[in-house]
Design a protein around this ligand. Structure first.
Ligand code: ZN
Ligand code: ZN
Length: 44
């Protein structure tokens, strides 16, 4: 099992389609495949 690159939780990990960071479902959007950092940038 992998670690989230943002909160370091060991859980189901997704990979951001923009910055390639590995994130968990708390730290991004698995549907959009974006981490929370890239989600914030998109909302501008
Ligand atoms: Zn996380
Ligand atoms: Zn990202």
């Amino acid at each position: 099992m992998k670690e989230c690159g943002i909160c370091n939780d060991k859980t189901t990990i997704y990979k951001c389609s923009q910055c390639s960071i590995e994130f968990c479902d708390k730290c991004g959007d698995p549907v959009e495949m974006l981490c929370e950092y890239c989600l914030e940038e998109d909302e501008i």
